[in-house]
Write a protein of this length. Structure first.
Length: 351
């Protein structure tokens, strides 16, 4: 990369206020200049606060992502992330340098983000984001701006003290990739927000076979977080008890929480037990005990998975509800109602 870290990327000026020394640029592709901001950011609010180890590596795997970079006197002080998905746009990672908070930069970035999305989306588009259900202030601010609650999911862990491997489990082969894409599309046909063409990563996908047929599949990414706080009495127990108890302390170490982020889960109807077997085997392959996934409890797929096996002790202490907040433009009221009614797929590409 050149001395100017933005020169080698597709950069578009969006906003400029010379009197304040402020400008906003839109960048296509991961700009290395944002990595220090990512490293210092504490994520979450309300129920959980955490730091993510090497979030940059996850973002580099999303070449279609766009970044709004706000500079004050040529210094990067804030950023925002947009992931286009046709006429749907996922927004996340709104960061303002702590020394510049209270300057209105977050609001300015959000305004410029929506103006960009409106131009890109045309007459009909939707912008959506995730807000923890306990963050009432942010939800109310969003509602005042015309953003609507459009769904609810839960961040949930599936953990095993002694995960067992399985000879039926293997990595997805090149020949199996189009098969699993179609299986996922069919299985989640009645769900909203599916983006398998974007989010399915064959090199991180595992399958469980029976008679050479895919019975279950899951995408798994090793992650490392540092948990700063968990709300409530159960959060206190997770933070201050589990790490010090023999046998179960491997499930959760808040200072060094290593787990598998799972997504794009598939299993044939009636074969949810094989999905649990698959997740356990993939944990064993990675020498980990805990996985983290995002589930819409209104989905019949989740209901079948929950009925077929336990999620484990850690989930009982840390399960977190999250709101899907959406802004609709050009949609009929019946279309909006249908979107809200349908269960949602929470994409592993959404950060």
């Amino acid at each position: 990369m050149s001395t100017n870290l933005l020169q080698d990327l597709q950069t578009t000026p969006l906003y400029r206020d010379p009197s304040a020394g402020v400008q906003i640029e839109l960048v296509q592709g991961f700009p290395e200049i944002i990595e220090p901001l990512l490293q210092q950011t504490v994520w979450g609010s309300g129920d959980v606060l955490y730091k993510v180890d090497d979030m940059a590596s996850s973002l580099r795997k999303l070449p279609s992502a766009k970044y709004l970079l706000l500079k004050k006197d040529s210094e990067l002080v804030a950023m925002h992330f947009i992931l286009p998905k046709g006429n749907y746009f996922y927004s996340s990672i709104l960061i303002v340098n702590p020394k510049c908070q209270g300057s209105g930069y977050g609001k300015l970035l959000k305004q410029q983000s929506l103006q960009f999305i409106a131009k890109q989306g045309g007459p009909k588009w939707m912008n959506y984001a995730y807000i923890e259900d306990s963050n009432i202030r942010s939800i109310n601010i969003s509602k005042a701006l015309g953003v609507q609650p459009a769904g609810l999911f839960h961040a949930m862990t599936i953990s095993r003290l002694f995960p067992k491997n399985s000879p039926k489990v293997s990595r997805l082969s090149e020949a199996q990739e189009p098969v699993i894409r179609q299986l996922l599309a069919d299985r989640y046909a009645e769900h909203a927000l599916a983006d398998f063409d974007l989010s399915l990563k064959a090199d991180r996908y595992w399958v469980l076979l029976r008679d050479n047929r895919i019975v279950a599949g899951v995408q798994a990414d090793p992650q490392r977080w540092e948990i700063k706080s968990l709300a409530g009495a159960s959060g206190w127990v997770a933070m201050h008890t589990i790490p010090y108890l023999p046998v179960i302390r491997g499930l959760f170490n808040p200072r060094d929480f290593r787990f598998l982020k799972i997504g794009n889960l598939y299993f044939q109807p009636g074969h949810a037990r094989e999905a649990h077997e698959l997740i356990q085997a993939v944990l064993a392959r990675h020498q980990l005990q805990t996985s983290l996934g995002y589930f819409d409890k209104s989905s019949p797929i989740y209901e079948e998975l929950a009925a077929a096996g336990r999620f484990g002790l850690l989930n009982a202490l840390t399960e977190t509800p999250v709101r899907i907040m959406a802004l609709f433009e050009g949609f009929e009221e019946t279309e909006i109602a249908d979107f809200k009614r349908r269960p949602k797929v929470i994409s592993p590409s959404d950060i």
